[in-house]
Design a protein around this ligand. Structure first.
Ligand SMILES: C[S@@+](CC[C@H](N)C(=O)[O-])C[C@H]1O[C@@H](n2cnc3c(N)ncnc32)[C@H](O)[C@@H]1O
Length: 230
C-alpha cells in the first residue's frame, strides 16, 4: 500500500457518464474581459459602447438584459454619467458581483436577478438594450423579445452575424473556455454548454428596425411595438 501511486483522475472520464459542465458564471464573465478575446470581438464590444453613447438621449432610464457582472454598465456609465441604468441578469452570483463592482467604483446602478423570458413587474424603461449577442444565448427568443417589450418601448439589440464566421466562432468560444461541437444552420452547439445562435442580415431585416453594421454583426435600433416576431 505504502508504495502504491495514486493516479490523479481528471473530472469527466471518457468512460464515465458524469460530465463536468462549465459554470455559466465562469464562462460569461470572460465575454467582457476584452484582453482575452479575438480582435473582432473586442472591436465589436467597444463599437457597441460607442454607438450607445451616441444614440441614447440624455438622462433616459435604460435596462440592460444580461448585465453579467456589471462590466458593461460600468463602462457605459463612465461614458454617459447622465444615464440611469439597471441590469437584469439570470445568474444570481453575477448580480452580486455587479452590485459590488459598481459600489467599489463609487457609481450607481440597479441590478435585478431575473429572467427576461418571464420578467418581474417593473416600471417601464425608456430603452431596453440587449448587447453582444446575448439574445443568441437565450433559447426562447420569442419570449425574450416579448419580455423586453413588456419592459420598454424602445429596444436595441446587437447580434453576431455573417462576419462571425466559423473560424472566428471557434477562436472566440475557445477564448471564453468553450468547445464547439458543431455548427448547423447558424446554431452553434457547444460541448457541455448552451447553444448559441448567430443571425443573418435577412433575419435582422425582418425585425423592422434601423440596422447599423457592427464589426461582426448588426445593431438593431427600435424594435417597435409593430415588430412581430415569427
Ligand atoms: C453574452 S453575456 C452578456 C455579455 C455582456 N454583459 C455584454 O454586455 O456584452 C449573456 C448574459 O446574459 C445572461 N442571461 C442568459 N439568459 C438570460 C435570461 N433569460 N434573462 C436574463 N439574463 C440572461 C447570462 O447569464 C449572461 O450573463
Amino acid at each position: 500500500m505504502k508504495d502504491m501511486k495514486i493516479k490523479k483522475i481528471p473530472y469527466g472520464l471518457a468512460n464515465d457518464e458524469r460530465v463536468v459542465k462549465p459554470n455559466p458564471e465562469d464562462i460569461y464573465i470572460k465575454c467582457d474581459i476584452l484582453e482575452g478575446l479575438p480582435k473582432p470581438n473586442r472591436d465589436n464590444w467597444l463599437y457597441e459602447i460607442e454607438l450607445l453613447s451616441q444614440v441614447l438621449p440624455k438622462n433616459v432610464r435604460v435596462l440592460q438584459v444580461g448585465s453579467m457582472d456589471g462590466t458593461r454598465i460600468l463602462k457605459l456609465l463612465k461614458a454617459r454619467p447622465d444615464l440611469v441604468l439597471t441590469g437584469i441578469e439570470i445568474e444570481a452570483p453575477l448580480v452580486k458581483l455587479s452590485k459590488n463592482k459598481l459600489e467599489q467604483a463609487g457609481l450607481k446602478a440597479d441590478f435585478i436577478q431575473g429572467d427576461i423570458t418571464n420578467p418581474p413587474n417593473m416600471p417601464k424603461f425608456d430603452y431596453i438594450i440587449c448587447l453582444n449577442n446575448t439574445l443568441g444565448c437565450i433559447p426562447d427568443e420569442d419570449k425574450a423579445i416579448n419580455g423586453m417589450k413588456k419592459l420598454g418601448n424602445n429596444i436595441i439589440i446587437s447580434v453576431y452575424a455573417e462576419r462571425f464566421n466559423n473560424a472566428l466562432a471557434k477562436e472566440y468560444f475557445k477564448a471564453i473556455g468553450l468547445e464547439i461541437k458543431n455548427i448547423e444552420n447558424n446554431i452553434i452547439v457547444m460541448k457541455d454548454f448552451t447553444k448559441v445562435k448567430r443571425y443573418t442580415r435577412e433575419e435582422v431585416k425582418s425585425w423592422n428596425c434601423k440596422i447599423i453594421e457592427t464589426p461582426i454583426g448588426y445593431f438593431c435600433i427600435n424594435l417597435t411595438s409593430t415588430f412581430s416576431w415569427t
